[in-house]
Design a protein around this ligand. Structure first.
Ligand code: KG4
Ligand code: ZN
Length: 359
């Protein structure tokens, strides 16, 4: 009989305390205790506050994840936890909790790379792959997640866009990554967040800015598209941020319509750059599939234009459902599951790695 594989996964890399239960690659629960409201007062994540909140929320969050999945601690086979990248003091709360539970239950604890997990948000079951063709209908159709044993999806090209990272990655197989390019300064999410802050939209800025952008004109302001035509796959967003700052400083006050125009124009500039690099990488590397990941993958314009590229090049694409774009523990558990079914994972002594990269 096939062994049932039960994983409790924990994510505390930034400002969400999250726990999930994954059974044989299927998500049984996915609980997130968000600290967003708390950090909004400060206009951004305050590491000390985040760590304290994680400490208070971690046990109830795990408890609820287990209850929702109708699972007891004793039934677990593995614990998976985010090792990095992220805030050191936040990561430590998740890791220490995972290690304590692992020791008490005498089960292995698997360290997971948060960026790899954003990729595995594309492996949420059901397993159907959507085939995109360049027609209006398929352009509107949502792509679906990839499955555990879909051998045909590699090489895949992945765009990871979050609050701390912007990467174009070639995935040759499960666990095999080659970074084609990343940001040389700010991440795409940071560009959203910082512009939103300048416009007084609060924190987190990405969702607020994209909401306001809906009523704005994306061609109202011609903001720079940094490195759009550079020969490599690197990104840069700090110049854009400065350009927006200078524009905002031109007037003392901006009315809502003008703010919406700025929001729409900034969003268009960010998405243009991301999509241009993606397009160039598709032409150079001829991937079988493309996948999107990270919090900015929740952005509607980016999702639409990403799908459109898949249609144009007639390749399969996957975009996680909204709840799996921003930080969550289900993606941590899925990354662990896909490693477990292929090889024995490294579970030895490990510690938080705030700057962990994707290898
Ligand atoms: O992956 P994530 O939850 O955390 C990190 O690993 O950084 O990403 C958070 C980022 C933030 O910068 C947030 O503003 C951005 O994702 N974000 C969005 C949207 N939703 C979240 N950016 C643009 N449009 C959105 N709808
Ligand atoms: Zn993330």
């Amino acid at each position: 009989m096939k062994k049932i594989l039960k994983i409790l996964s924990i994510e505390t890399s930034c400002d969400e305390t999250a726990a999930a239960v994954i059974v044989n690659g299927t998500i049984k629960s996915n609980i997130i205790a968000s600290q967003v409201k708390l950090h909004a007062k400060f206009g951004g994540v305050v590491p000390e506050v985040a760590a304290r909140e994680h400490l208070m929320a971690i046990i109830p969050t795990i408890d609820l994840a287990l209850k929702t999945a109708k699972t007891n601690l004793e039934d677990l086979d593995y614990i998976a936890v985010t090792q990095g990248p992220g805030l050191a003091t936040s990561l430590m709360v998740g890791i220490d909790t995972a290690k304590a539970l692992g020791a008490a239950l005498d089960i292995p604890v698997i360290p997971i790379n948060h960026l790899e997990a954003h990729i595995y948000a594309n492996f949420v079951k059901p397993l159907t792959i959507a085939r995109s063709v360049a027609t209006k209908q398929s352009y509107d159709r949502s792509p679906r997640a990839f499955g555990a044993r879909d051998g045909n999806i590699f090489p895949s090209l992945i765009l990871i866009v979050s609050g701390g990272h912007t990467l174009l990655v070639q995935m040759r197989d499960h666990g095999q990554y080659h970074i084609l390019g990343e940001t040389v300064d700010d991440a795409a999410g940071e560009a959203f967040d910082k512009t939103a802050k300048m416009l007084g939209l609060g924190y987190p800025g990405g969702p607020a800015l994209s909401k306001l952008a809906k009523s704005g004109n994306p061609t109202a302001f011609n903001f720079p598209r940094p490195m759009l035509n550079s020969a490599n796959f690197e990104f840069s967003f700090s110049g854009l941020k400065t350009a927006v700052l200078y524009k905002i400083m031109e007037h003392e006050t901006w009315n809502m319509k003008q703010k919406a125009d700025i929001a729409a124009s900034v969003q268009a500039a960010i998405v243009d750059v991301l999509i241009a690099k993606l397009e160039k990488a598709i032409q150079r590397y001829h991937p079988k599939t493309i996948m999107l990941g990270g919090g900015v993958a929740a952005n509607e314009l980016l999702r639409q234009r990403f799908k459109f590229q898949a249609s144009r090049f007639k390749i399969h694409c996957s975009i996680p459902a909204l709840e799996y774009c921003t930080d969550n523990a289900a993606m941590i558990g899925l990354a662990a599951y896909h490693r477990l079914i292929r090889k024995k994972p490294q579970t030895k002594n490990f510690s938080a790695q705030p700057n962990l990269s994707l290898k």
